[in-house]
Design a protein around this ligand. Structure first.
Ligand code: MN
Length: 267
């Protein structure tokens, strides 16, 4: 009897050993709603399309199955991210099932912000060119138009050198990530001196929206300052009111952005 079953078992074992990586990836993220994965993919590609991220930058979401974990692409240019590239990370930024895939050095940005901010469901890190001047000068980034309303409560600037001295500027461990999360406080955006920014939100869509409009707002503010006369910014009260509308119109703009990047999505 056993001699007849043995070849079948051997065949089954060989079959399991050759399951393609794609199927394994999907089973590793079983139970994650497809739209969460899709939003990370679409968001990464949209931000690349707008030049807010280039070869660097990343979009993550809190893991709906386990709120102390988060989901983020393997180390890859955002424009190239597909659903199969999304991996699970634990609360300290360790890959749960790396299987040889390379991961982002700066994943500690995400890990420490999810730990510090229970309200944050998505985190975006960019080196967006528009914000860099405001990260290194004494001119604070402010809300200059209604789409940047979420900036009206103030935008902190985190300087890695203040706590860590001379570094390579990267958030390469949990301690540095914690310092950044502290500087973010309860705000939606923090600038990183000589590096970029982090935008957070209650959804991936809103975090991506904020990352994009932080860059647009910064560019417009620099232009307005260049006109040479006094600039009138949104007040905190105007910002609070205008940001409510941002949430209302978010799906409309997201669907437009999705159209921009969907033809290029790898199947
Ligand atoms: Mn970076």
């Amino acid at each position: 009897m056993l001699s007849r079953i043995a070849p079948v078992l051997l065949g089954l074992a060989m079959c399991l050993a050759t399951i393609p990586a794609r199927a394994q990836t999907q089973s590793a993220l079983a139970g994650v709603p497809a739209e969460v994965i899709e939003d990370i993919v679409i968001g990464s590609r949209v931000l690349a399309d707008f030049g807010v991220v280039d070869g660097f930058g990343h979009v993550s979401a809190r893991d709906p199955r386990n709120p102390s974990h988060f989901l983020m692409s393997r180390s890859l240019a955002p424009a190239l991210v597909t659903a199969d590239d999304i991996m699970e990370f634990d609360q300290d930024g360790n890959a749960v099932d790396a299987r040889g895939r390379s991961i982002f050095l700066e994943r500690f940005i995400h890990a420490e912000i999810y730990k510090a901010r229970a309200d944050v469901m998505a985190v975006v890190h960019t080196h967006s060119p528009g914000v860099i001047p405001f990260s290194v000068s004494r001119t604070p980034l402010r809300a200059i138009f209604h789409n940047g309303a979420f900036l009206a409560g103030g935008v902190p600037v985190w300087d890695i050198g203040q706590a860590f001295g001379t570094t390579d500027m990267l958030v390469r461990n949990n301690e540095i990530g914690r310092s950044l999360a502290q500087a973010l406080g309860d705000r939606p955006v923090v600038l990183m001196r000589g590096h970029g920014d982090v935008a957070v939100g209650p959804t991936v869509k809103m975090a991506v929206f904020r990352a994009y409009y932080t860059d647009v707002d910064a560019r417009l503010q620099a232009q307005a300052i260049g006109l040479g006369t006094e600039v009138t910014y949104l007040t905190a009260e105007e910002g609070a009111k205008a940001d409510t509308i941002n949430f209302v119109v978010l799906d409309r703009i997201w669907n437009l952005w999705k159209q921009r990047v969907q033809p290029g999505l790898a199947k």
